[in-house]
Design a protein around this ligand. Structure first.
Ligand code: FAD
Length: 302
């Protein structure tokens, strides 16, 4: 990262919220369900599948988790009513994972019952390491009850444990993964820190998932990983029933068009909602073009 970018990343918490809001616009499908559905329809028309995420995580009060459930039920009903080719992604902490595990389990069970009724699908996003074991346990229990076509989990290539998790999870049943690099700050003893180390583990994890016969959502905007994943897919003669690519809304749209044009299925992660700040800051920290955009936003009104 360039020195100017590093400086901006460090000072990002000091940036006024209206500027962060302006910068994060391409990454967020508005603050309400109607705006999210409009973005989903548009993406479907362009040939992309979607997965919808309501922004919000790390609740302070378990009662807020009831609102999370209500919000996601509305998303599901809207996906069905609008005939959208899409599903939902949830963060377990948004359902109170770290506050009251039993209540979190019940609420997600209620949501999955609706997912199953609509023959839809729910992805458990993976958060930071205090959540990893609990999220895997939730996945195991729901997969057992609702079947592997209704629920999936995310594993992060930067974690040293992930190869072991793949072996354990796939040994327990048919699995439906999203594989990503991982976005949270984790200590060296838990996570690879080097860019190349993470890339290498990503590809080892991908192969291990395919070896086990799992479906994989290959979630990356990294040209190298896209090309290497395509190579693995080609060498193994895998069809669309084994994988799809996944990308975040607003990120590297040229690459996503190229992936689609090459004939792969591609799902776009569509976040929306009022609680956009934490998500936006994480996205902006990842963006190397941040410096230019930041200064433009500082000086251009509109
Ligand atoms: P990078 O090396 O970070 O990026 C590759 C290229 O894409 C670089 O050129 C980079 O500049 C560009 N790029 C990346 N981000 C941006 C951006 N915001 N704006 C502009 N350019 C950008 N992480 C989790 O920990 N848990 C999850 O559940 C999770 N779910 C995800 C779901 C999807 C669909 C995707 C795509 C990512 C998800 N992530 C999740 C985030 C992921 O872990 C990475 O942090 C993120 O995808 C960046 O890694 P990368 O593979 O794209 O590689």
């Amino acid at each position: 990262m360039k020195i100017l970018d590093q400086f901006i990343v460090k000072t990002l918490p000091l940036v006024p919220k209206p500027i962060v809001a302006r910068l994060s616009k391409p990454y967020i499908a508005g603050d309400n369900l109607d705006s999210a559905m409009a973005v989903c329809r548009d993406l479907n028309e362009k040939g992309f599948r979607v997965t919808v995420d309501i922004l919000g995580e790390f609740l302070t009060n378990i009662d807020q988790a009831e609102e999370s459930l209500l919000g996601y039920k509305q998303v599901l009903e809207a996906l069905v009513a609008n005939e959208i080719d899409g599903n939902i992604s949830i963060k377990p902490t948004f359902f109170g994972l770290l506050l009251q595990l039993d209540r979190c389990r019940e609420l997600l069970h209620e949501l999955l019952t609706l997912v199953a009724k609509h023959e839809n699908f729910m992805r458990l996003d993976m958060e930071d390491t205090p959540c990893t074991d609990m999220t895997i346990d939730l996945y195991d229990a729901y997969r057992e009850e609702f079947g592997p076509k209704r629920v999936g989990i995310v594993l992060q290539a930067y974690l040293r444990r992930t190869m072991d998790d793949i072996a354990a999870i796939t040994a327990r049943g048919q699995s439906h993964f999203r594989l990503c690099k991982g976005i949270y700050v984790e200590p060296e003893n838990l996570a690879y820190q080097g860019y190349e180390e993470v890339r290498a583990n990503f590809l080892e994890c991908l192969k291990a998932m395919f070896d086990a016969g799992a479906f994989v959502g290959i979630a990356t905007h990294d040209d190298y990983l896209v090309a290497e994943s395509e190579k693995i897919i080609r060498e193994r003669g895998l069809g669309p029933e084994h994988y799809e690519f996944q990308m975040l809304l607003g990120v590297r749209e040229t690459l996503r068009d190229q992936i689609r044009a090459a004939g792969h299925n591609l799902r776009i992660y569509v976040p929306f909602g009022k609680d956009w700040y934490g998500y936006s800051v994480r996205r902006l920290k990842e963006n190397p073009a941040l410096a230019g955009t930041f200064f433009k936003a500082m000086f251009i009104k509109g």
